[in-house]
Design a protein around this ligand. Structure first.
Ligand SMILES: Cc1cc2nc3c(=O)[nH]c(=O)nc-3n(C[C@H](O)[C@H](O)[C@H](O)COP(=O)(O)OP(=O)(O)OC[C@H]3O[C@@H](n4cnc5c(N)ncnc54)[C@H](O)[C@@H]3O)c2cc1C
Length: 388
């Protein structure tokens, strides 16, 4: 296996790094502190092609590989994890509409998404349905050529900022996972409002909140795929989502490592740089090893998706390992900085708060371990049906 980047990938990496370090990194702490979503950077991101990473060129996208996508999210997250997170959700939604939408739907939404005119969101989770996502209860009843949607969705990244939401709803009360359909619900549709926006540990600049549907009438023309295909559509996004979260966690961990390394070279104690002490050296060595291992797992999973191999096991391994590693690395970075690590003058306390979310989203790391065990042991592992 050869993970050397080709010329195009290296050019894209350099371009994204320059943009991210100039336009995101200087503002990330303020956006977090003020819980302000930087909508104004969607357009410049789109001008670089980053709002349509997977989308075909005839729909205005870049048609890039998963591996190139992983490199992009790594560089963005090295500057600002929140931007990498909301942009990856937007790209996932554009990719889902491009893949499962009919021609009218593709032309109606995807080019505008790729141009950064409209922002996407993905809404599967509910109060009683997170890991157990197939247990969702938001209903969509047919009425003529419309669905009437009722219920509340939880934990929606980009809630309130997005212009369109791919929402998994129950169209068959007794159908289990096969009774779920996916609707594209647009901002401003009567009966659709934004509920509570969560106050979070990190990622403050990226709103996470509730969608409330009260007799919201959604044209049947807004259904993606066939009726009952909604959970399949949701699951289709998961491997890619896991690779992206893994990649973003590598970028976040790298940022924490960079700060810790510089600090260890400069901070003096007992008449020498703290990097001269074995206790600090070993922490930095472990951080570096974990970053490299995470990066290789992420690249491997992305490459398997690109070559059409079965990637579920590898995406779960990459997501789980890279996010656990980022949690450990950002925690150690705080330790290397001592008291300075615990205050907001330095970015590592934010990195540590931000790392936690990776262990929870796109399937918790317990669910990733279930996926891995099931792939290794088959039925012996026991099935948790339809865990996300
Ligand atoms: C910041 C943020 C952004 C999010 N964005 C989105 C979004 O855009 N769209 C969306 O649809 N959702 C989103 N989510 C929801 C996220 O996907 C869920 O929080 C996640 O899937 C876990 O579900 P839960 O919170 O209901 O936890 P639960 O499923 O209630 O889990 C609670 C605990 O039990 C463990 N657990 C559950 N089942 C098992 C099992 N079978 N074996 C072992 N342990 C188990 C879990 O690992 C966890 O530790 C977001 C969440 C957060 C925090």
């Amino acid at each position: 296996m050869d993970f050397r980047l080709d010329d195009e990938q290296q050019d894209i990496k350099d371009l994204v790094r320059k943009f991210a370090q100039n336009e995101l990194a200087p503002h990330a702490a303020d956006w977090d502190e003020q819980a302000r979503f930087p909508r104004e950077i969607l357009k410049p991101l789109a001008e670089l092609g980053l709002a349509g990473i997977l989308v075909a060129e005839d729909l205005g996208g870049m048609s890039l590989s998963r591996l190139t996508g992983a490199i992009i999210y790594e560089e963005l997250a090295r500057a600002d994890l929140a931007t990498a997170t909301w942009l990856s959700v937007h790209n996932m939604v554009a990719g889902l509409i491009a893949r499962f939408g009919d021609d009218d739907q593709r032309r109606r939404w995807v080019p505008d998404m790729a141009r950064g005119e409209i922002l996407g969101a993905f809404s599967l989770s509910e109060a009683h349905a997170g890991s157990d996502a197939a247990n969702l209860r938001t209903t969509a009843r047919r009425d003529g050529d419309h669905y009437v949607v009722n219920g509340t969705k939880f934990w929606v990244t980009n809630a309130g900022q997005a212009d369109l939401y791919t929402v998994m709803v129950r169209t068959d009360p007794d159908g289990g996972a096969r009774g779920i359909s996916t609707l594209v619900i647009e901002k401003g549709m009567p009966g659709f409002s934004i509920g509570k926006i969560e106050r979070k540990m990190g990622l403050q600049s990226d709103p996470t909140g509730e969608l409330v549907f009260e007799d919201c009438r959604v044209p049947m023309a807004n259904r993606l795929g066939t009726e009952g295909e909604g959970f399949k559509i949701a699951l289709a996004s998961l491997d890619g989502g896991r690779v992206n979260i893994g990649a973003a966690s590598v970028g976040l961990a790298q940022a924490a490592f960079d700060v810790a390394t510089r600090y260890a070279q400069e901070r003096q104690a007992f008449g020498r740089p703290i990097g001269g002490f074995e206790g600090i050296q070993f922490m930095l060595a472990d951080m570096a090893m974990r970053i490299e291992a995470s990066r290789l797992l992420v690249y491997q999973a992305a490459q398997k998706m690109d070559t059409g191999e079965s990637a579920g096991l590898y995406a779960a391994m990459a997501k789980c390992f890279a996010t656990d590693a980022a949690m450990a690395i950002t925690t150690d970075a705080v330790q290397v900085l001592g008291g300075a690590g615990y205050v907001r003058d330095w970015p590592v306390e934010r990195y540590m708060r931000e790392a936690k979310v990776g262990q929870i989203v796109e399937g918790t790391n317990q669910i990733q371990r279930l996926v891995i065990a099931r792939a290794l042991l088959g039925e012996t592992a026991g099935a948790v049906a339809d865990a996300r």
